[in-house]
Design a protein around this ligand. Structure first.
Ligand code: MG
Length: 166
């Protein structure tokens, strides 16, 4: 195990979930990178469901509420912004409280595109925004077995768990 991935004593954990509707002609941003796809998320920011789920997991672990409280979709300031900015701001809030990101595990539920080949770039982008080594982020992907909105490619969802030290 690399030094960066070595576990720290955990003080708190949090859970996050997000879902975005997908529509044709929009960019698919996921985990801070753009993927080639026919549909992309509808959202006030860039609609990055993975970044939003991670953000909520981190805020939850720190007892800081949720993403909607800190980055409301009614605020024009956040319109069209990269969701990596939310992660940067969240990391700063954690640091102010002496908390460190010990571990993040997340799963994306999407029928298309195939995500595995992009995980390395996503982990790099997410880790950079959070100021942590990419070894502290684990990503997984599932399809929804072609069932429901997720299975028809009409939406994308993500779940995340974050553990904090400090
Ligand atoms: Mg969202």
């Amino acid at each position: 195990m690399t030094e960066a991935a070595r576990p720290e004593p955990i003080s708190r954990v949090g859970i996050g979930y997000d879902l975005h509707r997908l529509e044709p002609g929009r960019k698919l941003i996921l985990g801070g990178i753009e993927l080639a796809a026919e549909r992309g998320p509808v959202g006030h920011s860039d609609g990055d469901a993975l970044a939003h789920a991670i953000c909520d997991a981190l805020l939850g672990a720190a007892g800081l509420g949720d993403i909607g409280t800190h980055f409301p979709d009614t605020d024009p300031k956040w319109k069209g912004v990269s969701s990596l900015l939310f992660l940067e701001r969240t990391a700063a809030m954690l640091a102010e409280r002496g908390l460190r990101v010990a571990w993040i595990d997340a799963v994306v539920i999407a029928e298309h595109p195939k995500l595995g080949p992009h995980f390395s770039a996503m982990r790099e982008a997410l880790a950079r925004a959070l100021g942590i080594p990419p070894e502290r982020i684990n990503l997984k992907a599932k399809t929804n077995e072609r069932l429901g909105e997720l299975g028809r490619g009409e939406a994308i969802a993500a779940q995340a768990v974050a553990a904090l030290a400090g």
